[in-house]
Design a binder for this molecule. Structure first.
Ligand SMILES: NC(=O)c1ccc[n+]([C@@H]2O[C@H](COP(=O)([O-])OP(=O)(O)OC[C@H]3O[C@@H](n4cnc5c(N)ncnc54)[C@H](O)[C@@H]3O)[C@@H](O)[C@H]2O)c1
Length: 261
């Protein structure tokens, strides 16, 4: 109930499937939460159903000035910053031949640049808060680990998040700072992002269409992992990649390779 009492967290992409579940679980464990999204109306409507411990802010994660404002508003409103969940995301379906440079840059701007900017601007605020500890939680994907040919831009962006996370973790560790940085790698969860792929979903590795009955996960499966990473219970975890996919990565390898066009 109070695993996150006195913690202040920012969650990006908080109007979406995973983001809204993460906000709910962080709030229910006692954290104060700033939920941000580029969809201002959606995030504002969600925040209205919470206590005064939840604040909604409009925020495009590709905009550095917006990051400065969100961090400053968080510190002013709740008195510090302990946790950042870099969760905002978009997907583009296409192989390396089908994807344009513009598609590639758009996807990487949200995931790779957005996560970079978030970590960069959250670190000074975490150092200046309370005892100087903090937890950076970066949403990657199983596509950063296996080979997923039909989402080349997304896989590349999630790979950047995976390695960026370890570089940031090694940096804080080398300085002896109590700021941790870990990545989460979910398998498929049926949110608006997956639905937006429409019929292309099969290309991405729809496990049921591939003759595999492993069901998709629920947003809460990931939200509970975020609670652990946000809490002091994970104080000894830094630079780790946490796969959460009901064993898909270890049992099947890359299902998408087996789906024929
Ligand atoms: N759903 C899955 O199967 C799955 C699997 C692995 C990883 N992920 C990752 O989980 C995260 C959340 O995805 P989801 O499934 O909840 O998708 P979703 O589409 O439900 O939510 C994504 C949210 O990000 C917001 N967003 C997009 N671009 C933004 C920007 N530039 N600035 C601010 N907000 C922006 C959207 O408005 C939306 O509310 C993403 O990083 C995604 O890549 C999802």
């Amino acid at each position: 109930m109070d695993r996150l009492k006195n913690k202040v967290a920012i969650v990006t992409g908080a109007a979406g499937g995973l983001g809204s579940a993460i906000v709910r679980r962080l709030h229910d464990e006692g954290a104060s939460v700033v939920m941000t999204d580029r969809d201002e109306g959606a995030v504002g409507a969600l925040a209205a159903s919470y206590s005064e411990r939840v604040l909604a802010l409009a925020h495009d994660v590709t905009d550095e000035e917006a990051w400065r404002r969100v961090i400053a508003d968080t510190v002013e409103h709740f008195g510090g910053l302990d946790v950042l969940v870099n969760n905002a995301g978009i997907v583009h379906v296409g192989t390396v031949e089908e994807t344009t440079l513009e598609d590639f840059r758009n996807v990487n701007a949200v995931h790779s640049e957005g996560t970079f900017l978030g970590c960069k601007h959250a670190l000074p605020a975490m150092r200046a808060s309370g005892d100087g500890s903090g937890s950076l939680i970066n949403m990657s994907s199983v596509t950063a680990i296996g080979g997923f040919p039909y989402v080349i831009a997304y896989a590349a962006a999630k790979g950047a998040i995976r390695s960026m996370t370890k570089a940031i973790a090694a940096g804080t560790s080398a300085k002896g700072e109590p700021i941790r940085c870990n990545s989460i790698h979910p398998g498929r969860i049926d949110t608006a992002m997956v639905a937006s792929c429409g019929e292309d979903r099969e290309k991405m590795g729809d496990r049921r269409s591939a003759g595999n009955d492993n069901p998709p996960g629920e947003p809460d499966d990931v939200a509970y992992l975020v609670v652990y990473l946000a809490s002091d219970e994970s104080a000894w975890m830094n630079g780790s990649e946490l796969v959460i996919d009901n064993g898909a990565t270890i049992t099947d390898g890359n299902v998408s390779l087996r789906v024929r066009r």
